[in-house]
Design a protein around this ligand. Structure first.
Ligand SMILES: [Cu+2]
Length: 334
């Protein structure tokens, strides 16, 4: 398994993935007008030749040049939330034939990875729904409180290629707009301290090394989680473009130590602010450490006040509180 997931400009001919997660190559270029035009020239297949492409479905091929997670429908596959019981989140993936997809390949131990975050990049969760025979995926709702959420379904339909589709989901209720926490190279979660070294740059592969300690001691017995010592998701501020990065090296490959450092190779599609979410497993539990990083020397700092608020559902939006460092304590995985 090639666990190096990176994103690069297709124009440079680099093998790259942004959002096409779990080792199935798909080239995604920077989001530029030129790339967008190329995507519509009717011959937009230059981007996804790394694997046998199937199921193009005669539909748009724009995603070949886009980061993942920005489209609700791509190559004939559409993500549709469906009515769910209280406390549950449910959805279907419909395929090129218009029917719910029921056959999926396992990627990183699971047939479906569901990632959610609010539009203001708070509330990140990564969970694994269960599939009903009718093609409905169900999971205890990870939408933890009011807000405008983005839900990402990261999957590989059998016979097709890996896709990440995204859909907006609104949870009504009073909403507190939360500023993006300031960039930092160290954070704590569940008693662990995680430090980040590396400097992501658009259009270039950067090594990101995350180092985990507890009580001042390096953690050297990380447990494999979904086939790796760490999973890193990056979401771009502004549109929540989705990047799933896997570590450089895998458990049992003879060269990868179980901590304290986990190294990733990543490229970001543009300058700007990103929120990074590192999932790692230790002590039998999965923990998520979050970082804000700003890529590119010319990037503007992340906004510190307003975040997108859904006008229809926030009749009494309180003023931003200036609250920072909203983490996801108690965040869990199934
Ligand atoms: Cu997952």
């Amino acid at each position: 398994m090639n666990t190096t997931m990176k994103l690069s400009g297709f124009a440079l001919g680099l093998a790259a993935v942004f959002g096409a997660a779990y080792g199935v190559g798909r080239v995604a270029g920077p989001v530029t007008p030129a790339a967008a035009e190329t995507a519509h020239d009717g011959n937009a297949d230059t981007g996804h030749g790394a694997t046998g492409e199937a199921g193009h479905g005669g539909t748009e091929g724009a995603s070949g040049h886009l980061p993942g997670g920005l489209l609700v429908s791509d190559r004939g596959y559409t993500l549709t939330p469906v009515t769910a019981a209280a406390g549950e989140f449910a959805f279907q993936i419909t395929g090129p034939d218009g029917r719910p997809v029921t056959a999926y390949d396992v990627a990183h131990d699971k047939r479906m990875h569901l990632i959610v975050a609010r539009r203001d990049l708070s509330g990140f969760r990564h969970v694994h729904p269960d599939l009903s025979p009718d093609g409905t995926w169900r999971v205890a709702s990870p939408l933890d409180g009011p807000g405008a959420w983005r839900a990402f379904a990261d999957f590989t339909p059998t016979g097709g290629e890996a896709l990440t589709l995204g859909v907006d989901v609104t949870v009504p209720g009073p909403l507190t707009a939360r500023p993006l926490p300031a960039p930092a190279t160290s954070t704590t979660v569940d008693g662990y301290t995680v430090t980040l070294a590396g400097d992501p740059q658009p259009g270039r592969t950067a090594e990101l090394t995350l180092t985990i300690s507890r009580d001042g001691q390096p953690v050297t017995d990380l447990e494999p989680y979904l086939g790796a010592y760490g999973h890193l998701v990056a979401l771009r501020q502004g549109d929540l473009a989705y990047l799933h990065v896997h570590p450089d090296g895998a458990p049992g490959d003879g060269r990868t130590a179980p901590g304290p450092a986990v190294t990733f190779l990543a490229e970001v599609p543009s300058a700007g602010a990103y929120r990074l979410y590192l999932d790692f497993k230790h002590g039998g539990a999965v923990h998520t450490a979050e970082f804000t990083v700003v890529a590119g020397a010319t990037a503007t700092p992340p906004a510190t006040t307003t975040a997108a608020t859904p006008p229809a559902t926030t009749p009494g939006v309180p003023a931003p509180t200036g609250e920072a460092g909203h983490g996801t304590p108690g965040h869990g995985h199934n």
